[in-house]
Ligand binder design. Sequence first.
Ligand SMILES: [Zn+2]
Length: 240
Amino acid sequence: MQIKFLKSIVENLINKQATPIIDLLIGKKHVNEFLIAKKLGLTINQTRNILYKLSDFGLVSFIRKKDKRKGWYIYFWTLNIFQSLNLLEQNLKEELVKLENQLKERKEKRYYYCKTCSIEVSEEVALLNNFICSECEQVYNLSNNQEVIENLERSIIKLKKDIRLVNLERNIEGEKLEKKKNIKIKKAETERVNLRKKKRLEKIKIAKKLKKSKELKKPKKAVFRKLKKSKNVKKHKEKI
Ligand SMILES: [Zn+2]
């Protein structure tokens, strides 16, 4: 289901020939653009044009790496499924609004058509032309709105069903992204805690060392002072 939806986005944005790009990108990460071009049977420039257009809408993202031997950059592409489904849902909702407006107009207004030219016009236009076709000068017939209304209603039901399904898929993808994000946050938090612990331990270590070295120095000083004192005492005694 997801693949069908994703392909319909590519078809809307580019064309039907570009839709196999979804098969090449789905479930993978960082796909080499030369591989995509080869599989699509397109030149690298044609392939890049498609990918750039998709990336303008946020549907794909890339990383690039320099080819050390040839000296140019190679792009590696990843499909953003959540963003793609998001865009599709928006498009379908806009389409729904359009169809619902059309349905409303069909229910409220009258339309006229010319059998010969197969052209339909609104009542205002028909009135302006005195109900005579401006192309062939035949009299307009009143359109059968009922048939159009039924078609529109069918399309609206189907569209609403599609929107529900896309929304469901989009939410599933959204939850996956959220989970990934939370894992990243937790990992970063653990790293922060570990770093703090390490720093604290290092401080303690340094403090211990410092204390130890002070303790080592102390007795020396004490001994020195004692020595000095005894010398003084000696000197003093000598003087006496
Ligand atoms: Zn006509």
